[in-house]
Ligand binder design. Structure first.
Ligand code: SF4
Length: 304
């Protein structure tokens, strides 16, 4: 049952992080309009199972009036709202309060702020920390999103701070999108045959979906189950057949290793993790499944 819809409010970002699991950058296109948010929320209303919506990116605060309006629309419809940001706007705590207070008045359930060595190197004072301090002072539920270079998956940590080194080991990085392109050459690799499970997403009975302004309804970044501007969300969810989906079916059956086999993709001798293999196999046959394997903003192959 889908209980969360994550709006990729924009693919554009202030930064171009190496660990980004899409390919956001200052020139990335694909930003929702208020009208599109309303139309998408009409669809989530109709689905009737969603209680929480997230606005994320890219960097959603880049389009602050649209973000504010989107949160207002969602709150007026009774949804709990979360936002994910890198906090770039917090050039001072006063400015951070200016950005955050109007959102706080609307009621934010989760303000997640990315603060780690990939976003802000090793600065003790950085915008994410200022945004976090301001959000906490306003009484907003706040979480720091950080990658722990020593963890085996993405971590939420209170106070991460590690030196960035040239060698990326198995940290909390998921090697898809730009992380696959930029960081995998330095990663410790393993035999691709061992990746027989998708470690992060419940592809059979998903509880959350991501949607972008192009209408792509993504079960994981870059894997669509349909387009909400062509078919309504409730219809896409109702008719989603995990086992017959050309990408999700093999992933459910035998993970990225099976996906690579089914797609006829020959992986390199070693891959960084399950997502790396999944990403490489999918990227190799994007032209075969243009409706499913997109947009370019997720595959770092020429989309802006
Ligand atoms: S293995 Fe593939 S589907 Fe699963 S989380 Fe990684 S990229 Fe997504």
């Amino acid at each position: 049952m889908i209980t969360q819809v994550h709006f990729i409010l924009t693919y554009m970002c202030t930064l171009e992080c190496e660990h980004c699991f899409v390919c956001s950058s200052p020139s990335s296109e694909g930003t929702f309009t208020p009208g599109q948010i309303a139309a998408a929320l009409d669809q989530t209303d109709k689905l009737g199972t969603v209680d929480t919506v997230y606005f994320e990116g890219g960097e959603p605060f880049l389009f602050y009036p649209i973000l504010l309006d989107a949160v207002r629309q969602a709150r007026n419809r009774g949804y709990k709202v979360g936002i994910v940001t890198n906090g770039y706007f917090a050039t001072s705590e006063e400015n951070a309060r200016f950005f955050l207070a109007p959102l706080n008045e609307l009621g934010i359930e989760d303000m997640s702020i990315s603060d780690d060595v990939f976003h802000y190197e090793n600065q003790k004072e950085n915008p994410a920390r200022r945004a976090s301090a301001a959000a906490t002072a306003l009484g907003m539920p706040t979480a720091i999103l950080a990658l722990d270079p020593g963890a085996s998956g993405p971590e939420i940590m209170g106070n991460p701070r590690e030196e960035k080194t040239g060698v990326v080991t198995e940290g909390g990085i998921m090697f898809r999108g730009r992380a696959a392109e930029k960081l995998s050459p330095n990663a410790v690799t393993s035999d691709s045959q061992q990746f027989t499970k998708c470690p992060y997403e419940d592809l059979k009975t998903p509880s959350r979906m991501h949607v972008d302004s192009f209408g792509n309804l993504q079960i994981c970044q870059g894997i669509s189950i349909g387009n909400i501007w062509k078919h309504p969300l409730d219809e896409l969810i109702r008719t989603y057949s995990p086992s017959s989906h050309p990408i999700c079916g093999p992933l459910i059956e035998g993970g990225p290793a099976q996906l690579a086999r089914v797609l006829g993709y020959t992986p390199p001798a070693g891959v960084a993790d399950a997502c790396h293999l999944c990403y490489l196999a999918r990227k190799s046959c994007r032209s075969r499944y243009p409706e499913i394997l997109g947009p370019a903003q997720v595959y770092c192959d020429g989309g802006t």
